[in-house]
Design a protein around this ligand. Structure first.
Ligand code: FAD
Length: 404
């Protein structure tokens, strides 16, 4: 291979380029991304960066990394078309760039739920550095914040806004926080954390309308049951959708994401896909899944780089996640597919752990402020390790470390 083109200069796109060089690839690497500037990390956008805008701290590497590693970074440019027959991409600048292999790392975008008025001026999303800058300056002048969505990003932003002394209401249509990602016990734990800090949480009612006219504040969100909340602005944090249209338009298989196999190859042998935009087979169940995490994007990228340098191996990494809300650091190892039973362990101080089991087999470990336990869980749950059963853990008083 002489020419590798990467579409998307986010977490996964960056890692693919870096890993290709680490694995000894000597050919051309071109990264094309529609955002301006150097690749950066998104996780701090809803955390540290929201408090203090330090761009250098969130950049994945300084500029000289790209020159030293001969990575041609084309920013502020969109790839608009893939010509598979000719193996070339067409960009918004009108350029045609040829590839031997193409890596799609297009990520995801904020979901815009069908709420009446959702395109109003005072409704914001949080996905990019530009979004974060916009939101931070809006937050400075605001007193009352409305957040639609009680998932990771909504809650991380809620915590920052509360720490800055704003009144915050989180409107969640489901019956509990972070429902897709964590156990009911962990949802309750975080509900207490947010309530104790004075955040108002509303569950079980979808927002049906937003408007630029509150009775008391500049905007208003109305729930299905008629209750309404006024605020200075609204953050819409109701999930994301994979950026798969470019792939679909060129005839690649897509479902909820660009479909890839265990090697992260799409239905075209010259095109790989990774990260938030890719639907890949779960190494444990074989079912197609899509993950939105730094770990998945980075590990996918490493898998692709190894394959393209002649060391193909199936993707088997254990998924893990984190979220910081106030002084609670949530870490999750594994996926809760089929979880039907939990064990809760309260550790020293503010440590809190939930072990989740599916048919008595440990599948997922959620920890708060217990990095050690999280690391132990990652080792125990790693692909290829012996399964851990409820009875094994019971015998050792539910001390994970005792099984190492
Ligand atoms: P991205 O990093 O989204 O990169 C995709 C890039 O491709 C974007 O720049 C996009 O604009 C660009 N692009 C799309 N289409 C085109 C095109 N046609 N042409 C050119 N460029 C294109 N994960 C965690 O694990 N822990 C966290 O705590 C955490 N916190 C987060 C907080 C926030 C606010 C956000 C937004 C995300 C967070 N995530 C977190 C998720 C994590 O950042 C993503 O999973 C990760 O960035 C995915 O990497 P990616 O390369 O797949 O996509």
């Amino acid at each position: 291979l002489d020419k590798i083109v990467i579409v998307g200069t986010g977490q996964g796109g960056f890692q693919a380029a870096a890993s290709l060089r680490q694995e000894g690839y000597e050919g051309e690497i071109t990264m094309i991304g529609d955002e301006a500037g150097l690749p950066y990390q998104r996780p701090p956008l809803s955390k540290a960066y929201m408090k203090e805008a330090n761009i250098e701290r969130i950049q994945l590497r300084p500029e000289n990394f790209y020159t030293q590693n001969r990575i041609n970074l084309v920013d502020a440019t969109r790839v608009e078309q893939i010509d598979r027959a000719e193996r070339a991409v067409v960009t918004s600048a009108g350029d045609r760039i040829a590839y031997d292999h193409l890596i799609l790392a297009t990520g995801a975008r904020n979901a815009v739920t069908p709420i009446k008025g959702i395109h109003e001026e005072r409704v914001f999303g949080l996905r990019s550095m530009m979004d974060a800058d916009h939101l931070r300056s809006t937050l400075e002048d605001a007193k009352h914040v409305i957040i639609i969505g009680g998932g990771f990003i909504g809650l991380e932003f809620a915590a920052v806004a509360r720490e800055m002394g704003r009144e915050v209401v989180v409107l969640e249509a489901a019956s509990r926080l972070m429902e897709r990602a964590v156990s009911p016990e962990m949802s309750s734990h975080f509900e207490r954390i947010h309530c104790d800090r004075g955040t108002m949480l509303k569950f079980g009612q979808p927002v049906v309308e937003v408007s630029d006219e509150g009775a008391y504040r500049p905007c208003r969100a109305r729930l299905a049951n008629g209750d309404s909340f006024d605020g200075d602005f609204i953050l819409l944090a109701a999930g994301v959708r994979p950026n798969q249209e470019l792939a679909a338009a060129t005839g690649l298989s897509t479902a909820n994401g660009i479909i890839v196999n265990q090697l992260l190859l799409t239905s075209d042998a010259n095109i790989s896909a990774l990260g938030d935009c890719a639907a890949f087979p779960d190494p444990r169940t074989g079912e197609l899944i899509r993950l939105e995490s730094v770990q998945a994007a980075s590990d996918h990228a490493r898998t692709i780089a190894r394959r393209l340098t002649g060391k193909p191996a199936a993707y088997t990494a254990l998924p893990w996640f984190w979220s910081d809300q106030f002084d609670a650091k949530l870490q999750i190892a594994g996926l809760p597919s089929g979880a039907d039973k939990s064990f809760v362990r309260k550790g020293n101080g503010d440590e809190y752990c939930v072990y989740r089991f599916a048919e008595n087999k440990l599948v997922c470990v959620e920890t708060v402020n217990s990095a050690r336990e999280h690391m132990t869980a990652r080792k125990l749950l790693a692909t290829g390790s012996e399964p851990v059963f409820w009875d094994d853990l019971k015998q050792v008083g539910f001390e994970l470390a005792a099984l190492m």
